[in-house]
Design a protein around this ligand. Structure first.
Ligand code: ATP
Ligand code: MN
Length: 465
């Protein structure tokens, strides 16, 4: 007999038919006459209730059916007699694929803490919460590919191993096959990489942007979507050492086009979630964050507020003058902390904010320089609860300006000669941005810690599973 997915059972409702479902037991309860088994197969947040008549059931087998066990059930689908569910299965036959010893199965009771569930990350996808989060994660990945594909962008794969640390976006993880117990060093004590795998120092990438730019200068509009790595020792609810980033890069786009693309993109993703993940979002809304659905809907309705970094600093300085307390100081030239970003978004404008034209000192060498000599054509998108969700810019297309700025910022020309070549041969105005996939998921799911929107988080001192 062919198995039916529980999600399909709920949409098709083949009442009166004998069906076969397979899944894991969430709960078993009942009395002397009947047992009620809530079965879930991961296809939906909904459990199907299996009703077992104990007069005809195998008593020994019933004892082995406990929370976490895996079953195949055959029975007739009927309209439910009890409240709480629409349909249920009148059980005719059960096969137990795998038992789960109640003494040792780690997901016994409901309502485990998020901290505890991180310790059992190998099993947490079996909880309602993580089932919902990972289904949404999949749907967001689909939304992203669809968005770009519909607009004629090409999905371009950039390398994960790189020999240049020119992004300056964060501390890098080294990649080596050298024997760490026996490193060869020169007279200055510097490690000699000649005999290492790549014959030079290599690392895991912090961003695919530079390579994506090369592609944009040929294919027009491209995007990357892959893992990136940052060895930043920041134990925050918004940082991972391994996270996924989406980086579109578009020839002929100026900063305004870039802002429009980014705003359309986020709204498309949020709308996709509302359209395709309704049950899971409703669950997360009810369980964790009563404002979640309202917040998601409000983001697709409003126009993001655009202002310059300089204007943003004035607003923050005014707030401080009126007695607002921030942990980090506010002054022109300071990098904004999450508390500043969230003040602008949540308290001042009450909507997402796009901040542009940052001081060049706090931004990367490749950003297009403004005529004022002080600022660059950067744009960060700031979101409620998250702070920075997107970082982007128009790129410097002038070879002379770019080479000079790279030099000033200590990026060796020998490391980026290939990047500079795009400005020597057929350069063009172009723009792009990076969206942290897990930051988007934080927003869409309402989860409060980034460790809970990726299956197996990598953070300082944590690489289990
Ligand atoms: P932050 O100031 O929050 O550390 P950043 O300025 O280092 O961010 P970028 O280098 O501009 O970020 O990276 C682009 C995007 O990648 C960010 O807007 C954010 O969404 C995401 N991001 C950056 N660092 C991390 C991280 N460690 N973990 C998860 N996402 C990240
Ligand atoms: Mn960072």
């Amino acid at each position: 007999m062919k198995r039916i997915r529980i999600a399909d059972l709920f949409t098709q409702k083949p009442i009166g038919e004998v069906v076969n479902v397979k899944g894991w037991v969430r709960t078993k309860r009942g009395n002397k006459q009947v047992a009620f088994i809530a079965l879930n197969d991961g296809t939906t947040i909904k459990n199907i209730q299996v009703v077992v008549d104990l007069a005809t059931a195998d008593e020994e087998q019933m004892k082995t059916i406990t929370t976490g066990a895996c079953l195949s059930v055959v029975g007739e689908l009927v309209a439910s007699q009890g409240g709480g569910q629409e349909i249920e299965i009148q059980c005719k036959e059960i096969e137990v694929y795998g038992t789960a010893d109640p003494q040792t199965y780690p997901l016994q009771k409901k309502g485990h803490s998020m901290e505890y569930l991180r310790e059992v990350a190998h099993l947490r996808p079996r909880t309602n919460t993580f089932g919902a989060v990972f289904r949404i994660r999949h749907n967001m990945a689909m939304a992203i590919h669809n968005f770009f594909h519909e607009r004629g962008f090409y999905y371009f794969h950039t390398p994960l191993i790189t020999a240049s640390d020119c992004e300056g976006a964060g501390q890098m993880f080294q990649v080596t096959t050298m024997n760490l117990y026996d490193l060869k060093k020169d007279e200055n004590g510097s490690i000699i990489y000649d005999n290492d795998f790549f014959g030079r120092q290599a690392s895991l990438t912090v961003s695919g942007q530079l390579e994506a730019e090369l592609a944009a200068m040929a294919l027009g509009a491209v995007y990357t979507f892959g893992p990136t790595f940052r060895a930043e020792n920041s134990n925050t609810p918004r940082h991972l050492a391994e996270f996924w980033m989406i980086e579109p890069e578009v020839a002929f786009n100026e900063i305004e086009d870039n802002m429009e693309l980014a705003e359309d993109f986020i709204k498309y993703c949020v709308r996709w979630a509302l359209d395709n993940c309704a049950d899971d979002l409703q669950f997360l809304n009810d369980m964790f964050d009563k404002e979640l659905l309202t917040r998601l809907r409000s983001v697709i309705d409003v126009e993001f507020k655009r202002l310059t970094y300089t204007e943003g600093i004035s607003i923050l300085e005014e707030a401080v003058a009126k007695g607002k307390k921030f942990e980090f100081p506010v002054f022109w030239g300071a990098d904004l902390a999450a508390e500043h970003e969230r003040y602008l978004v949540e308290e001042y404008f009450k909507r997402p904010v796009i901040l542009t034209d940052y001081p060049k000192e706090i931004k990367s060498f490749y950003m297009k320089q403004n005529d004022d000599g002080k600022t660059v054509r950067a744009m960060d998108i700031l979101f409620p609860k998250i702070g920075e969700i997107i970082g982007g810019s128009q790129r410097e297309e002038s070879y002379e300006k770019l080479a000079k700025r790279a030099n000033e910022m200590g990026v060796p020309e020998k490391d980026i000669w290939w990047y500079l070549d795009t400005r020597r041969f057929g350069t063009a105005p172009h723009s792009g941005f990076g969206l942290g996939f897990e930051r988007l998921l934080l927003f869409v799911t309402g989860m409060s810690n980034i460790r809970d929107v990726i299956p197996f988080p990598r953070t300082p001192r944590n690489a289990e599973f």
